[in-house]
Design a protein around this ligand. Structure first.
Ligand code: CP
Ligand code: NVA
Length: 304
């Protein structure tokens, strides 16, 4: 069974295939071509956290491929009232063709994969957000070409997105400079595992020197709302401003997975400026996840 729980669940070759296929699917969609490869297929989408992009892109993507997506909020299904994860996984996977989860617990996603009988997609956990990285890498490729050999600067929190950039550095062959405040570094297990591909900084300017791409994310992720004011103080020197962007190469670009807070992690001038690719990046969630769905269905069929 082929799952997509972390970027390294699939080979670099497969990741590049998913991105290249997404670029083709995007052109076909824009040309009005119909592709109903997933006709009569159902995707269950389990959410215990908010979402705009992830929900809309998976739901619209399944509809465009001729299939159906089922939105299941933790507030409405028995999982939220204590039904065991394993029981839920067995039951839901007996009725649908694929399960996507956006939940706090990364472990819960692993349990769905080990207990269920269909492919499982991680649509954000406290540990990683691999679907977003597919969109980011697709966007870079469309606008700037191959990312292999380039330098990417991550500025901000050592969070789930930062972890996934660490995985991407290895999978796509780029150097990752990570600038975080002290005590907000990525998880030590990730640092150990990806040490050959990353350099840690406690200074944003140094991490950005000569970089090709700058990426940031919110200072307080979902579930950390009560830390907001403490984090605003700790991250003050890590705001992405035009002055910080000026440390990068002159043709460098800016990305942010969104939602963004202008005036906190990024200035309006940068996110709404000419180097920003955030809208292209958000739209590409649709195209690249359609490609991912097709890849997982195909790979799991081949496994049978
Ligand atoms: N970037 C992202 O995953 O957005 P949502 O939280 O809106 O799904
Ligand atoms: N780090 C953010 C990403 C949101 C898409 C969060 O987990 O809330």
């Amino acid at each position: 069974m082929q799952h997509f729980i972390n970027l390294d669940d699939v080979s670099s070759q497969a990741l590049n295939h998913i991105i290249d296929q997404a670029i083709v699917l995007k052109k076909q969609h824009q040309a009005g071509e119909i592709n109903e490869t997933l006709k009569n297929k159902t995707l269950a989408m389990i959410f215990d956290k908010s979402s705009t992009r992830t929900r809309v892109s998976f739901e619209a993507g399944m509809a465009q491929l001729g299939g159906h997506a089922l939105f299941l909020s933790n507030r409405d299904i028995q999982l939220g009232r204590g039904e065991p994860t394993t029981d839920t996984a067995i039951v839901i996977s007996s009725m649908v063709d694929l399960i996507m989860l956006r939940v706090s617990s990364h472990e819960m996603i692993n349990t769905f994969a080990s207990s269920g009988s269909v492919p499982v997609i991680n649509a954000l956990s406290d540990e990683s957000h691999p679907c977003q990285l597919l969109a980011d890498m697709m966007t870079y490729k469309e606008h700037k070409g191959a990312i292999q050999g380039k330098t990417v600067a991550w500025v901000g929190d050592g969070n789930n997105m930062c972890h996934t950039y660490m995985q991407a550095a290895k999978a796509f062959g780029f150097t990752l400079n990570i600038a975080t405040p002290v005590n907000y570094e990525p998880d030590q297990a990730f640092i150990n595992h990806y040490q050959d591909h990353i350099t840690l900084f406690d200074n944003a300017e140094q991490a950005c020197h000569n970089a090709d791409l700058l990426v940031t994310d919110v200072w307080a992720s979902m579930g950390q709302e009560e830390e907001q004011s403490k984090r605003e103080i700790a991250f003050k020197a890590f705001q992405v401003t035009q002055a910080l962007m000026n440390n990068l190469k002159s043709d460098a670009v800016f990305m942010h997975c969104l939602p963004a807070h202008r005036g906190e992690e990024v200035s309006a001038e940068v996110i709404d400026g000419t180097q920003s690719l955030v809208w292209q990046e958000a739209e590409n969630r649709l195209h690249v996840q359609k490609s991912l769905l097709l890849y997982l269905f195909q790979a799991s069929k081949t496994d049978e």
